[in-house]
Structure formats: C-alpha cells, structure tokens
Design a protein around this ligand. Structure first.
Ligand code: ADP
Ligand code: GN1
Ligand code: MG
Length: 372
C-alpha cells in the first residue's frame, strides 16, 4: 500500500470523534499487517489521552466493511459478558472510537480505510517473553477469550480471509510460488523449500481430522501471538486480547499453537543467529497450563491431546507463509530489511525441527494437564 502522507493523516484525524488538542502522533507497535499510529490528545480537565489509529491493510483484508462488522459484533458481545462478570469493559476489550459520521471506520480521499480504538493504558504488548509469568497469564487470557466466545453466533461472522489456517491450501499456494519463482529466488532457498515439501503430512493433518469430524470448529482468534495481548503493568495479567481482525471459526489447537510458535521461542521471530532459536519446554508448559485453565473445561480430550500438533502445524504454516512471501517478493508481511521474511522462515523451521526432537516431552507435558 502507498505511503501515508501527512496531509492524509490530518484529513483522517479530523474525521474521527476525538476531543482536545493533538499533542503527539507517531507510528506504533510491531504488527506485520496494518499501519498503526499512537495519537495523544490534551483534553481540558482530563489531561493527556491516548488513542490508536490504524490504516487497515486492504490488500490483506479485502472487505474492510465486513471486517469492521465482525469487530463491532465481537467487541459488543464481549463488552456485555465483561459487564456481567463484573469486569471493566473499557480495558478488557477493544473500544472502537467512531468516525464523525458515526461509522466504525473512515474512508479517506485516497480510498484508504481507517479505524480507531481507545488506547489500553497501564498495559504492555510484548514482542518476546520477558517474564515467564506473563506468558502463563497470556495463555489464561487467550483461553478465556475463546471460552467467552463459545456461544457467539458463528454464522454471523464474515470469513475475512478464506482458508486462513487451511494449511493444506497454503501448501498448494506455496508450491505454485516455487514453480512461478517470480523473483528468481528459489535457487537460493532449496533447503527451505525441501523442508516444506518433506512435511506435506503436517500440512494435511488438521484438514483430514476436520473432514472426519474429529475436532470441533469454534470461534477462535487465529492470531494469538504475544504482542496481540495487553499485559497489565501492575498485576501482570492478560488484560485485553487485541488485533481482532482474524476472529473467525477455527481450531482451538491453532490458537494454542500460534502462541507457542511465537512466545515459547527463545529468540525473536526474525533472529538471524539460529543457534539462539529453540522451543522452550518451560514456556510450553506454562502456556499449556494457562490456556487449558482459561478454556474452563470446554476443550475435548482430543483437542487437548492435539496441542503439540497445533504448535507444530502453526509453526510450519507460518514458516511456509514467510517463505512464500519471500518467493513472491515480500508482498504480504511488512519487512524492514532485506531477507527479513527469509530470516523469519528460518527461525520457524528451526523451531519445527526442535519440536520434532522434543515431541515426546511435549506430549508428556500435555498429558499432565489433560484433566484440569
Ligand atoms: P497488526 O494487525 O498490524 O498486528 P495490531 O492491531 O496488532 O496490528 O496493532 C499493532 C500493535 O499496536 C499491537 O501489537 C499493540 O502493541 C498496539 N495496539 C493495538 N491496539 C492497541 C490498543 N487498543 N491499546 C494499546 N495498544 C494497542
Ligand atoms: C501477522 O498482524 P500480526 O502482525 O499480529 C499475521 C499472522 C502471522 C503473524 C506472524 C492477518 O500477524 O497470521 O502469524 O503476522 N496476520 C495476518 O508474525 O496475516
Ligand atoms: Mg498484531
């Protein structure tokens, strides 16, 4: 998408229901998809108030109006439940700030779609685990999120990205990207390509189980990385699950697995020194305990048993997506340096290999928690 200009941002800011004087504005966060800004307003009597402003990525989210319908639906549903449970709806779910015309988004004169949220204060989103307790708490919160949405009317949700975690379909897209090789990069990444091809069974695993009706579809988050949750600075608890773009019917094991892929890694997602990358069994166990507890008894025995597989499938899928994007010329995930998607792919494959080595341990850990 084209670079956001100053003039464009001024126009956008004037079209949301903001109060006070704008005193600060800067790019914010480390998401790979949307363009996120932090705005600070000075409001008489209230002091400084922060908000999040985002340009939605319409290359990724081709139906932004439907996307916002999903987010309005999910956040108002969560808001009701949070109030019923005596929680604070201003902090425990995203709060949309409407545009001046009352819509939950604004379309600017360039045709870009924007939305805005209240900033969740006194909380942090982490790119890597700094305190293991936070990771456990993020598991509890992502588990609870799924549990709260258990009776959400799934048929009212638009499928925002078709086949988002259909790993088998992503495998087919990957093979096509290798064949087309539009950037002439395939020759340099033969090892990585082979890594994917040798594991076609991993790509097919959940699709086959679903076809056999062995696991239920639930309303899931589908992008449960640690930086998509706000951890309360005081209590260390997961106060709010954010980045709701991909809330869709999905598999519990994938929500579990995507958190492991990102948070249980001992290194950053784009670490270049692969000797630093492994899947920590301590973090795996902490997260498993938190997630299973957070789900409050709703998971079936089979879903719990398949959690190690969720971790492997999500890590393999994500690595394959990074490699596909590298082959296609970095058109999906934002990059900040050359070969960043290739580096990201390599960390994922290192993690998959490490999980393969630790498979027995992962299964033993999950067994311990299968009766909570
Ligand atoms: P992306 O889809 O690009 O990952 P996110 O919605 O996750 O976009 O936002 C990017 C980052 O912005 C998050 O990781 C988080 O750090 C920050 N962020 C988003 N929404 C809020 C919010 N309501 N309050 C505080 N920080 C937020
Ligand atoms: C993207 O939006 P963000 O940065 O939280 C991606 C996820 C990937 C993740 C890899 C909509 O997440 O699927 O797992 O990058 N989101 C989308 O870090 O594709
Ligand atoms: Mg995000």
């Amino acid at each position: 998408m084209a670079h956001v200009t100053r003039k464009q941002r001024d126009e956008v800011i004037a079209h949301f229901q903001y109060e006070g004087i704008l005193v600060k504005e800067c790019p914010y966060g480390s998401g790979h998809i949307n363009d996120t800004y932090l705005l600070v307003f000075d409001i008489a009597d209230m002091g400084q108030v922060k908000v999040i402003l985002q340009r939605m990525n319409t290359k990724t989210f081709k139906k932004p109006i439907e996307l916002m319908e999903n987010i309005v639906g999910v956040t108002s549903f969560l808001r009701k439940k949070i109030i019923e449970n005596g929680g604070d709806p201003e902090r425990e779910t995203l709060n949309i700030i409407p545009a001046v015309d009352g819509k939950p988004y604004y379309v600017d004169s360039c045709g870009d779609y924007w939305r805005s949220y209240k900033f969740i204060t006194n909380a942090t989103s982490y790119d890597q685990v700094e305190n293991p307790e936070h990771f456990y708490e993020s598991g509890v919160a992502f588990g609870k999120f799924q549990c709260l949405l258990a009776d959400y009317p799934a048929d009212t949700l638009h499928e925002i990205i078709e086949g988002f975690h259909d790993t088998r379909a992503r495998f087919a897209v990957f093979k096509k990207a290798v064949e087309e090789d539009v950037m002439g990069r395939a020759a340099y990444v033969q090892k990585e390509i082979q890594f994917v091809l040798e594991r076609e069974d991993v790509a097919n695993y959940f699709s086959e189980l679903m076809e056999r009706g062995e696991v239920p579809l639930r309303v899931t988050h589908n992008d449960t990385k640690l930086n998509n949750i706000m951890i309360d600075d005081k209590t260390g608890k997961g106060v709010c699950v954010i980045d709701l773009d991909t809330v869709m019917p999905g598999l519990a094991m994938n929500d579990f697995g995507d958190s492991i892929r990102f948070g249980a890694s001992t290194a950053a997602e784009d670490e270049q020194d692969l000797s630093k990358v492994s899947c920590s069994m301590e973090l795996f166990e902490l997260y498993a305990k938190g997630f299973i507890e957070g789900c409050g008894g709703q998971l079936t025995k089979k879903e719990i048993e398949l959690m190690p597989m969720g971790a492997k499938v999500m890590t393999y899928e994500c690595g394959m997506r990074f490699l596909t994007d590298y082959l296609q010329g970095d058109i999906y995930f934002k990059i900040h340096r050359e070969n960043q998607n290739l580096d990201r792919c390599r960390t994922q494959f290192k993690l998959v290999e490490d999980m393969e080595k630790k498979w027995y341990t992962m299964q033993e850990i999950i067994k311990k928690y299968s009766n909570i």
